[in-house]
Ligand binder design. Structure first.
Ligand code: UDX
Ligand code: UDX
Ligand code: ADP
Length: 465
């Protein structure tokens, strides 16, 4: 007999938990979904009447929240009550790279996951299905299981792995029509029953042939592998971008030509200033750490190279700016268009902009940033997180202006760090006239019309051209 899920709790109301639960609730009006978080401010924002105040920006998310919220979708800080009432619990808390101790800078920090497992163990009075939603190192399910199985109160738990493949900026679209949903579980009778219960939740809107079921470890490893492969494509094309610059090939032409090969495919071949985001680097470092921990050094080195290439690309872009501006940028105003790690999101985690800014500030440049969705406070906190210099110095060297034309006024150079669509539509003649001459543009995203800019009078540098 199949278990029908009636009450879902999700621990963690972040970029993954929030949108995923909103869509699950919208598509399953008969299931009560409660998203909990220890961050009261975040929960208040999810409950805000003004949908512009939701804690994360995702196109289309407001409509989904509007439809389901307070119908069968609830946001709360009462973690214990939600755990107690649920028959299925998603763990969707953050798993940052460790910043201390063994595996520092490489391994995932499972502190928050373990805290969740312990809290579930403490509170649960009835049997639960626990679903790992956060990206986790392979065999984390084992950790969660051993905590949950030793409570001694007779409550039974089934652990599932259900990695999320949504990309930020297209979260709602990706959730509505996922390429696949992946569910891993124990290959026992109870494990299969738990898998079936989760398949049932997704099959409300996802065609059954797109719901894959595997054993736990395959599911956990597939998530890391998918992100590693995607990141590897970006690093591969970025490695080629430098070769294009010195040989006279054009990286977009090369990408287009190879992308027509159906074995390669056209996606994820856009050369850039470097990939960012909360997942790619973290997941590869994780993969590297796991490989090393099994003594697979060649495997570890192979994947680590993807990160090394990405760091190099950010560094190379900053160095190009310094060199082009006559090797002296001290006191010069450099305008940044974009700070988010990609367009259509306010997320800045691991954004290339942070590292490029840091390197330019080392040369005492004045960085002035415009980003349509990122707050000045966020930019300062990103820079402070690197710990390169004092917070006061960061405030002096990095400022934010909410108007792009003001941002570019009197600048010696403009650097495009995010591919926001609006940048293409600006009045570039007007921007040119208000800048210092020669007026330089460094297009780190390959989004602007370089011919048009050159006709206006700009000196243009674009990656891979
Ligand atoms: C290759 C390119 O495919 C072709 O476009 C180019 O013009 C010449 O080089 P070829 O060497 O004939 O063609 O064979 P291919 O099918 O690409 O296989 C190359 C090797 O990779 C083989 O040893 C094959 O067994 C191996 N391979 C291929 C794998 O091990 N796994 C795969 O998934 C695919
Ligand atoms: C990624 C995966 O795509 C998603 O499946 C997973 O669930 C989480 O990690 P995300 O980090 O939101 O999603 O964004 P993604 O679109 O993958 O972009 C990652 C970074 O790579 C961005 O900085 C983006 O600008 C960069 N990128 C992407 C390129 O530089 N070139 C490309 O061709 C594609
Ligand atoms: P992701 O991108 O994986 O969704 P986020 O950092 O956006 O990551 O979200 C994770 C959320 O999990 C944060 O809002 C954080 O406050 C919350 N969180 C972390 N640990 C706990 C916990 N033990 N109980 C409840 N919420 C937690």
């Amino acid at each position: 007999m199949k278990t029908k899920v009636k009450n879902i709790c999700c621990i963690g109301a972040g970029y993954v938990g929030g949108p995923t639960m909103a869509v699950i609730a919208q598509k399953n009006p008969d299931i009560k979904v409660t998203v909990v978080d220890i961050n009261a401010e975040r929960i208040a924002a999810w409950n805000h009447n003004d949908l512009d105040q939701l804690p994360i920006y995702e196109p289309g998310l407001d409509d989904v929240v509007l439809e389901a919220r307070n119908r069968n979708l609830f946001f709360s800080t009462d973690v214990d009550a939600a755990i107690d009432a649920a028959d299925m619990i998603f763990i969707s808390v953050n798993t940052p790279t460790k910043t201390y101790g063994k595996g520092k800078g490489m391994a995932a920090d499972l502190k928050y996951i373990e805290l969740c497992a312990r809290q579930i163990a403490k509170v649960a009075k009835t049997d639960k299905i626990v679903v790992e939603k956060s990206t986790l190192p392979v065999r984390t399910a084992q950790t969660i299981k051993s905590i949950l199985q030793n409570t001694g109160n007779g409550v039974k738990f089934q652990i599932l792995s259900n990695p999320e493949f949504l990309a930020e900026g297209t979260a709602v679209q990706d959730l509505m029509a996922p390429d696949r949903v992946l569910i891993g579980g124990e290959q026992t009778e109870l494990g299969m029953k738990a898998i079936a219960a989760l398949v049932d939740v997704y099959s409300s809107w996802v065609p059954i042939e797109n719901i894959l079921t595997t054993n736990l470890w395959s599911s956990e490893l597939s998530k890391l592998t998918a992100n590693a492969f995607l990141a590897q494509r970006v690093s591969s094309i970025n490695a080629l971008s430098e070769l294009c610059e010195v040989t006279g090939a054009d990286v977009d032409e090369v990408a287009n030509a190879i992308g027509k090969d159906s074995r390669i495919g056209p996606k994820f071949l856009k050369s850039s200033v470097g990939f960012g985001g909360s997942c790619f680097q973290k997941d590869i470092l994780n993969l590297v750490y796991i490989a090393k921990s099994y003594g697979l050094n060649e495997v570890a080195d192979y994947w680590e190279q993807v990160i090394i290439m990405n760091d190099y690309q950010k560094h190379r872009f900053a160095a190009k700016i310094i060199q082009t501006l006559y090797n002296t940028i001290s006191g010069k105003k450099i305008a940044f268009l974009g700070w988010a790690f990609k367009k259509d999101t306010n997320d800045t985690r691991e954004s290339a902009a942070i590292y490029v800014a840091d390197q330019l500030i080392e040369e005492q440049a004045n960085i002035v940033v415009y980003d349509p969705k990122v707050t000045a406070q966020q930019m300062q906190s990103d820079l402070n997180y690197l710990n390169t210099r004092s917070e006061t110095e960061n405030e002096t060297f990095l400022t934010t202006i909410v108007d792009p034309y003001e941002t570019c006024k009197d600048a010696h150079a403009i650097a495009v760090l995010t591919e926001w669509d609006e940048f293409k539509a600006y009045d570039w003649q007007r921007i040119y006239e208000a800048m210092q001459k020669p007026a330089f543009v460094f297009d780190g995203r390959g989004v602007l019309d370089h011919e048009q800019l050159r006709t206006i009078g700009f000196q243009v540098y674009a990656i891979g051209k």
